[in-house]
Each structure stands twice: as structure tokens, then as C-alpha cells.
Design a protein around this ligand. Structure first.
Ligand SMILES: [Cu+2]
Length: 373
């Protein structure tokens, strides 16, 4: 981990201390009754965290859950730190890190203007005991990125635009949720696991160069589908509930344990989030969520990613940000669809400090279906 992630561990400690110092009443009777308690969780729409949170809840012994999530992230506009930049700013102010290599101009010449990421996530949960729930989640990803190419080695004459795309299986995450405490109001568990590199990191597509040629090149890091590394995932999740309200908090860290086959590691990342939800009925709940993240830039370099574009530079990755999320959950309480939960969450950043120049996130939408058996 690099120093700018070190703030995460103290905050995790504070979170843990808060979770443990609040009165957690656990009796033998309650532990024995956890299957019933679990059932109670599933009656209310608000029995889970907002759909954008992963690994928020445990299950009762022998219980399974299937889930499907669709996520779209929309990125538009560029910033360096917190300062917004125009395409012309980028091609006049930022040097090309590959300047001096054959065919490489002195400044950036290709500017990403927008990116969309569509993700389909399939999840499976199984609880061998009331204390431990196992979770596997895999992704199918489609990325598109729009660019403007500026003509020649310098200046601000626009040559044209192009869109590159990549699509396929993403990474697969396997975690164990290990209960630390469970009571009538409070619930605390660890999230421990690994991210397996099932997503490709060698995707290619054609591009428009400043010399008006259209070669097929390896796409920059942002357009690849996985990390290429086995990553450790560690976190802690707190849940609370009282009558019609429920709330929770989760801190997670994703730590790269090595460099991948192409010679780099994505940045270590920490996420911290907290939410509150209100049950309007047995079926409907709404949530508000605040989240923060920090991520290092890329460590190392893929020698096949060489282009006068910001996304080809490993330094132009990572940063930190804060987001607000609004969620809506609907749980069918009776009838043929009883037990199916549908949930929706929309998130909007209100602060982004990016290692730039880098595309900024405009909004993220998550829609999901969950069903326990
Ligand atoms: Cu579940």
C-alpha cells in the first residue's frame, strides 16, 4: 500500500471500535433463534443494504441466495485534481509520457470525452452456518470510450472522433462473511476474500491516430476487463435495525498482491460507506447513502500500451471521491413472487480529486434482483 491509503486503517479501527462499544446484546437464546431472526430480515424490503453495497448481510444455516445486478457507470468530462479541463487544455498542457519513442508526439493528442461501463453481476451466497456465509460474484463487462483525435504533432485542429469498445467476462470475487456479533439491533461481520483474475487485460480495438491512420492497438488500462492479479479483499460491515429504520456501515480494502503478467498492478483501493433506510411498508423501503473512496495510481507499466492519450499513462489513475446515493427497494411480501426483492440505487459524486487528467464520474446506477431459498 502507498501512503495515501494509510488513512483507511485508522478509520476502519474507529468503525470497529464504534461497532463493538455500542451495546450488543447477544444471548444463547438469540443465537439459537437466528434462523427465525434471519427470516424476519427477509420479510421487510429494508432488510438488506442499498443494492450498490456488496456482502452486507449473512444468511441462516443452509440458506442460499441468488442475485443479479446490472450497473451502469457514466463518465463525462475531464479533471486534473479538482480542476475541470477542456480537450484543448489537455492537448496543449499535458506532455505525452511516450514522447521520444517512434511516432510519438510531445503532447497528448487524443482526448477521451466520455466512457460508459455496463456490468452484469451474478452472485451466489450460501451459509454453511449461522456465523459464516460464503459469497461468489462474477461480472460480465462492456466498456465504451469516446475520443477526439487532434491532427498532427501539435496545435488544436480536430481531426475526428472515434469510439473504442471492449466486452467480456470480468473478475470473480469469492468472500466469506464471518459473524463477529449479532443481537436484536446490531450485527457485525468481517468480509474476507480474494478477487480472481478471470477478466481479460489484453483487449484490443482500432483507434484514430493524429496521423489519420487506424491501427488496432491494445486498449488502455481503463478499458481492460479485469485486474490481472489475485487481489486480497478485506472489510468489516455493521448493520443496525429498529422498528421501521435500518442503517449500516461498511469499510473495505482491495489490496493487489503482485504485478500481473503484463507488468503492472492496479492501485490499492479503500471504500467506506454508511447508509440509512426507512421501511414505508412490508414491501417498500427507501435509502440514503454516503460513500467515500480512495485509490492509488497504477504501479508498473504494460509495454504494449503506448499512445498519446491520458489513459495510456499509469499515473493518470486513482484519486479520491465522495458520493451520495438514493435507493428504492421493493420486496414481494405475498403471492407468486413472494420473497423476490428488486432494488435500485442511483449515486452521484459531489467531490472528486483525480490523478489527472482523468475522466470524471457523472453518475452510477445499479438495479438488482435478489432471492433467498
Ligand atoms: Cu444474501
Amino acid at each position: 500500500m502507498k501512503p495515501n491509503n494509510m488513512g483507511f486503517w485508522p478509520s476502519l479501527g474507529v468503525l470497529l471500535a464504534l461497532g463493538l462499544s455500542t451495546p450488543v446484546h447477544i444471548s444463547a437464546a438469540e443465537t439459537g433463534g437466528s434462523a427465525h431472526e434471519h427470516h424476519a430480515h427477509h420479510i421487510h424490503a429494508g432488510g438488506h443494504a442499498p443494492i450498490g453495497v456488496m456482502g452486507d448481510h449473512r444468511h441462516g444455516t443452509g440458506e442460499w441466495m441468488f442475485s443479479y445486478r446490472y450497473m451502469r457507470m457514466d463518465m463525462r468530462g475531464t479533471r486534473d485534481g479538482t480542476e475541470g479541463l477542456s480537450p484543448e487544455d489537455i492537448v496543449t498542457r499535458f506532455p505525452n509520457r511516450f514522447a521520444g519513442q517512434p511516432m510519438q508526439p510531445g503532447t497528448l493528442r487524443v482526448v477521451p470525452t466520455a466512457m460508459t461501463m455496463d456490468m452484469h453481476m451474478l452472485g451466489l451466497m450460501y451459509a454453511p452456518s449461522d456465523r459464516v456465509t460464503l459469497m461468489a460474484m462474477t461480472h460480465y463487462v462492456r466498456n465504451t470510450m469516446d475520443h477526439i483525435t487532434f491532427a498532427g504533432p501539435d496545435g488544436t485542429d480536430r481531426l475526428g472522433t472515434f469510439t473504442s469498445a471492449s466486452e467480456g467476462l470480468g473478475d470473480t470475487r469469492i468472500t466469506a462473511l464471518i459473524g463477529l456479533a449479532r443481537g436484536r439491533v446490531h450485527d457485525l461481520h468481517l468480509n474476507l476474500g480474494v478477487n480472481l483474475p478471470t477478466g481479460s487485460i489484453t483487449k484490443r480495438d482500432d483507434v484514430l491516430t493524429p496521423a489519420d491512420t487506424g491501427p488496432v492497438l491494445r486498449l488502455p488500462y481503463a478499458m481492460q476487463l479485469g485486474s490481472g492479479t489475485v487481489d486480497a479483499v478485506a472489510g468489516i460491515t455493521y448493520l443496525g435495525r429498529a422498528v421501521s429504520w435500518n442503517w449500516g456501515a461498511q469499510g473495505t480494502a482491495t489490496l493487489r498482491t503482485e504485478r500481473n503478467d503484463e507488468g503492472y498492478a492496479l492501485g490499492d483501493r479503500a471504500d467506506l460507506t454508511g447508509w440509512m433506510a426507512y421501511d414505508w411498508s412490508n414491501s417498500v423501503s427507501t435509502s440514503v447513502r454516503l460513500s467515500g473512496w480512495t485509490e492509488d495510481s497504477i504501479d508498473g507499466l504494460d509495454e504494449q500500451i503506448v499512445a498519446p492519450v491520458q489513459t495510456a499513462n499509469p499515473n493518470n489513475y486513482g484519486g479520491s471521491g465522495l458520493e451520495l446515493g438514493l435507493g428504492l427497494n421493493y420486496q414481494f411480501a405475498r403471492g407468486a413472487l413472494a420473497g423476490n426483492r428488486f432494488a435500485f440505487e442511483w449515486r452521484k459524486p459531489f467531490y472528486q480529486d483525480l490523478n489527472g487528467p482523468q475522466l470524471e464520474t457523472d453518475w452510477t446506477l445499479t438495479f438488482g434482483w435478489q432471492r433467498a431459498f
